[in-house]
Design a protein around this ligand. Sequence first.
Ligand SMILES: Cc1cc2nc3c(=O)[nH]c(=O)nc-3n(C[C@H](O)[C@H](O)[C@H](O)COP(=O)(O)OP(=O)(O)OC[C@H]3O[C@@H](n4cnc5c(N)ncnc54)[C@H](O)[C@@H]3O)c2cc1C
Length: 475
Amino acid sequence: MPHIVIVGAGLSGLTVAYRVRQHMPDARLTILEPRNRAGGNIGTEQHDGFRVETGPNGFLDNKPGMMQLCQDLGLADRLLAASEGSRKNRYVFVRNQLYRLPSSPLGILTTPLLSFAGKLALLREPFRSSRRPAGSPEDESIAAFGRRRFGREATDIFLDALVTGIHAGDPEQLSVAATFPRLPQYEAEHGSVLRGVLATSRQRKQAARARGEPPPPPPRMWSFREGLGVLVERLQHNLGVSLQCGVRAVALTANPDHPRWTVHAEGGNSWSADAVVLTCPAHQQAPILADFDPDLAREIAAIPFNRVVVAVLGYRQTDVPKPLDGFGYIAPQNTRRDVLGVQWCSSIFPDRAPPGMVLWRALCGGVNRPDVLDGDDATILRACQREMQLVMGVRGEPVFTRIVRWPQAIPQYVIGHSARVARLEARLARYSGLYLTGNSYHGVAMNDVVEQAGFVASRIADIYGPGKSLPQTSV
Ligand SMILES: Cc1cc2nc3c(=O)[nH]c(=O)nc-3n(C[C@H](O)[C@H](O)[C@H](O)COP(=O)(O)OP(=O)(O)OC[C@H]3O[C@@H](n4cnc5c(N)ncnc54)[C@H](O)[C@@H]3O)c2cc1C
């Protein structure tokens, strides 16, 4: 009976364990986690009727992984879709004003966000050459790709807002292929992003029609009535594994015989394992691997993370002059504001605030304003309140506040990321029974990590599953 040790009890670690358990009901599974609770970045708190998400606020259904996991965990009836208003009404704050983001071709033609020349540049996208200028670097930044395809204005507003909203990163530094792989893929396959989007949507509709189903709705954001914390609780409840909290893995050694691996923890304890899955963030995986394979560890340590503060504020409805029916707004990174954006949580999901109140989450910091994290809580709150007054015209003081600091928040897939991951994977192929996953390699969203966790669990089951003899190769 193989023993599998999983390092980290975030969404990745818990999902790997859950999926391995499905493939291999008899396997011995141990999860090591330094904190006193599972869930990693995910955390839901209750404060006087405010339901607060301290990390992620929801997940998209643009990949099947999360929805399938919810089904399998019996959570389908707890799912909560984001409000229709939050899907349609998303804003950017530029030139000291809130503008609604266009969501249709007509919206693009009429938006005051772009000049006439900016609109023309955007509408010319399908007719631009898909050939890149001679001498272009192999891996292109999001900003360079955007300027080449959509023009400078659309890039500075729309693409920057997208990158700020998801990655709190710099479009000049992030790799388009690693961060938004579909964009260069559409260009390569259809000669244009817009044509690629239209063709994909047509194919999806045709496939649905062939199955006798209605056309698929556009991607939507989801959570649960109780908040995302319920996902962690349900995963934990279904695992039947030994979850060892208060245990920080610090090193890994390879043994000449079975069991192949030993995971060493702070304080001197160790666990022998046939297979080890590191799911903690890259900056935590690197020190664990430093003695075992310094080159591998160096590559992993080079993946940068940004710094983010989540500032949660509850206001009285009567202090908000305009009703806010929408997702919230983004202030593109190039504006370098104290607040990167605000999610109007109680407008996105019901029951996030008590009656007569609203709940908002401001995201601050990101790659261009890491200094925000150096301020004390009072300074951060003052900056957020100033921003709420300016942007939403809120009057009065918040009735509830909560500050959560993320000193190493979201991995940044900078130029060269895909090549780095390819080198890592080639190196890793030497070691049977060692797996690296989490949000540092193939996607930062909950959806991505759940998908990756499923792949890892299948590979483990292929090697160690029922009827398989333990591999004999030594590391
Ligand atoms: C502020 C913020 C907002 C976000 N918003 C969204 C969103 O709205 N939607 C979305 O889809 N995604 C969002 N994300 C991303 C998403 O939360 C993460 O990608 C996902 O939760 C990562 O899960 P994980 O298990 O891979 O990593 P983590 O959640 O980081 O879990 C890793 C675990 O490993 C543990 N660990 C660390 N070091 C060690 C060690 N040495 N030994 C053992 N264990 C260790 C940690 O304590 C942690 O529990 C957000 C992230 C942040 C930070």
